[in-house]
Design a protein around this ligand. Structure first.
Ligand code: PMP
Length: 420
């Protein structure tokens, strides 16, 4: 990792951090690459790439299998990665951290395993209009199967959740679970998850948090939040694609039936039936992504060295700067809250120019932003738009990247804007 000697303690210089990311050193369309789509997937520092390389060069074998050194070594590395994950989210027991492919799989695991076993006709699952499709669709499938109902907590004008509606549902319906995203991927709203959990628990409901956009960007402590499940993806937090985590309260995970059946998740199989392995193996059927778990461990080491408070402080600064700079571009409409509860994501529209056109000009300048519905179509409907353009920031982005985007948006306006 770069040394960050010129910056005050507890902070870092994003331009120095960027030097650790080989992919960001290239030019695109002849221009330096400015990557502003980390909410979709983050880039990887050299230490993560090297950890993957080292694993496949020296340590690769299937785990829990052979009584030979390489398999034992790979198993130890996999266990060590799980311990790093547990420390990172302050989970009391690493065995409650289940490795999955991504946040989507983690959320499906809860819906299919817990939902199928616990939802009954007449029960309610409360979600919010800020959810990513991956915390909506599995619940639509499972509630339909179980005869349960979904209610959605609405947002106010600034894109904040209407907690009065949550209270209303908790008071008037038999709510078994509240599913909420910690940070909204399309609007950047940081939801008051601890407060939501306290209210849900008081009404006897469990709380499932989608941490795909929070765990990479701020300190997340499952014990302080006092939630029941937390789902997140490695690839959004500097780790490899193909590895994610479901953390759950131990006693809840222990009471849940398996999600997928097969090798590694059993204690004993006979022709008449099977019994299940202990946690976490019960939920990790088949050969896991050991190398990717090791890569995630390296990403966690890197983020821990930067300091998650410093990561959050950096994003608070850069998003404030972005909101100010983009507001100066005539015709820009910005979405989402503007206070302390705003993460490093900025969704916007520009006059009535289609977001794909908005994104195409920055691309020709080497600036990568996202355009679309961000897998949040119910939210887009609520906002009355079909799509937005979105810039999202991470540890390697600096104000210079925001300036390049703002300049490119002026060009968008000249080419596609009113009177063009
Ligand atoms: N939830 C949120 C809030 C997200 O932003 C995303 C990814 N855009 C997901 C879930 C799904 O993540 P993955 O595709 O890695 O499963």
């Amino acid at each position: 990792m770069s040394t960050h000697t010129t910056t005050p303690p507890g902070t870092f210089d994003a331009r120095q951090v960027k030097q650790d990311f080989p992919i960001l050193q290239q030019t695109v369309h002849g221009k330096p690459l400015t990557y502003l789509d980390s909410a979709a997937s983050s880039q990887k520092p050299l230490v993560v790439i090297e950890a993957l390389d080292a694993y496949y060069r020296a340590s690769n074998a299937n785990i829990h299998r052979g009584v030979y050194w390489l398999s034992e070594h790979a198993t130890a590395l996999y266990d060590e990665a799980r311990e790093k994950v547990a420390r990172f989210i302050n989970a009391p027991d690493p065995r409650s951290c289940v490795f999955v492919r991504n946040a989507t799989e983690a959320l499906n695991l809860v819906a299919y395993s817990w939902g199928r076993a616990n939802l009954e006709p007449g029960d309610t699952v409360v979600l919010t209009l800020l959810e990513h499709h991956s915390n909506i669709v599995p619940w639509q499938i499972v509630t339909a199967e179980r005869g349960a109902t979904i209610r959605y907590v609405d947002i106010d004008h600034d894109g904040r959740l209407r907690l009065d509606q949550l209270d209303h549902y908790l008071r008037t319906e038999r709510v078994k679970l509240v599913g909420v995203t910690h940070v909204a991927n399309a609007l950047g709203t940081i939801n008051p998850v601890a407060e939501i959990a306290a209210r849900a628990h008081a009404a006897g409901a469990l709380v499932l948090v989608d941490g795909a956009q929070s765990v990479p960007h701020m300190p997340v402590d499952v014990q302080a939040l006092d939630v029941d499940f937390l789902a997140f993806s490695g690839h959004k937090m500097l780790g490899p694609m193909g590895i994610g985590v479901l953390w759950g309260r131990r006693e809840i995970l222990e009471a849940m039936p398996p999600f997928l059946g097969g090798g590694d998740m059993i204690r004993e199989v006979t022709t008449c039936g099977s019994t299940w392995a202990d946690l976490p193996a019960k939920f990790e059927a088949g050969t896991p992504s050991v190398g990717d778990a090791v890569g995630l461990g390296a990403a966690i080491d890197y983020l821990t060295a930067l300091g998650m408070d410093a990561v959050r402080a950096h994003e608070r600064e850069i998003v404030a700067y972005a909101l100010e700079r983009l507001a100066q571009v005539p015709g820009v409409t910005l979405y989402g809250p503007t206070g302390e509860d705003r993460a490093g994501v900025v969704s916007f529209t520009l006059d009535d120019i289609h977001p794909h056109d908005i994104a195409s000009i920055p691309d020709s300048e080497g600036v990568a932003i996202r355009a679309g519905h961000h897998c949040a179509q119910p939210l887009m409907d609520r906002l009355g738009v079909v799509a937005t353009a979105r810039a999202s920031f991470y540890v390697y982005n600096s104000e210079e990247d925001v300036d390049r985007l703002a300049d490119a948006l002026q060009t968008v306006r000249r080419i596609f804007g009113p009177g063009a």
